[in-house]
Design a protein around this ligand. Sequence first.
Ligand code: SAM
Length: 251
Amino acid sequence: VTTSPVYDEIGIGYSLFRRPDPRIDAVIQSALGTSMRVLNVGAGTGSYEPAGRMVVAVEPSPEMIRQRPRSAAPCLRGHAADLPFEDGEFDAAMAVLTVHHWTDPASGLRELRRVANAAVILAIDPPVHNSFWLFRDYLPEISALSTTGGAMPVDAIAEVVGADRVETVLIPRDCFDGFGVAYWCRPDAYLDPDVRRCISAFGLVHPDAVSASIDRLREDLRCGAWHDRYGDLLERETFDGGLRLIVRDAR
Ligand SMILES: C[S@@+](CC[C@H](N)C(=O)[O-])C[C@H]1O[C@@H](n2cnc3c(N)ncnc32)[C@H](O)[C@@H]1O
């Protein structure tokens, strides 16, 4: 199994900052409905894996697998596009914040549909994600990445898996899971290199571009320019950062 080098690199320390957020977890668990046999693809360190169901995980990165807690579901090393399971072996397949990393997302999604009856996919909507203040105004290089700006559109994901619905998942102001948009009202967090290390997009942009943009953010926070432009966000409880739950219900 070949692995995405970015995850062997950024995977280190991932479980510290990428803890499952209970509000996002509730949305995922509800969408899984009564499915008992669940496949978690692109499972990482095991976030959002449901308790009380029979879960099998698939993940390509040894570094991510290494960080899975002992209590996590059994995990095979593999890719979404080549799942070693029989047709219809699972009641549901889940894929959380991972589809934009797959080299061949359409094949991976067809595999999900082949091996499972239902599907629950938490994906990013590229145009909404790219309009986030950090990416639009400080680090536009992120919007040009194939993993974010060029990611598969939500409608296309929904079509391949035969989805019944697409829901917007709002990001709480104190989101526990430190993905790219998670700190939408906590801008100082992006100044912390440990926070940035757990956000794959930062690892894919040239380090000089990242440090120039972070220097600019630091200065804007110091002189008040950030608060002048985006201070309204500090009043909000939730934010649409482009997270979309794509659900194919059990048939
Ligand atoms: C942002 S992490 C999400 C992990 C976990 N689902 C979570 O919510 O914390 C993305 C994961 O996708 C995995 N990944 C990358 N390419 C993949 C592929 N082709 N098939 C399956 N997983 C892949 C990465 O190794 C990484 O663990």
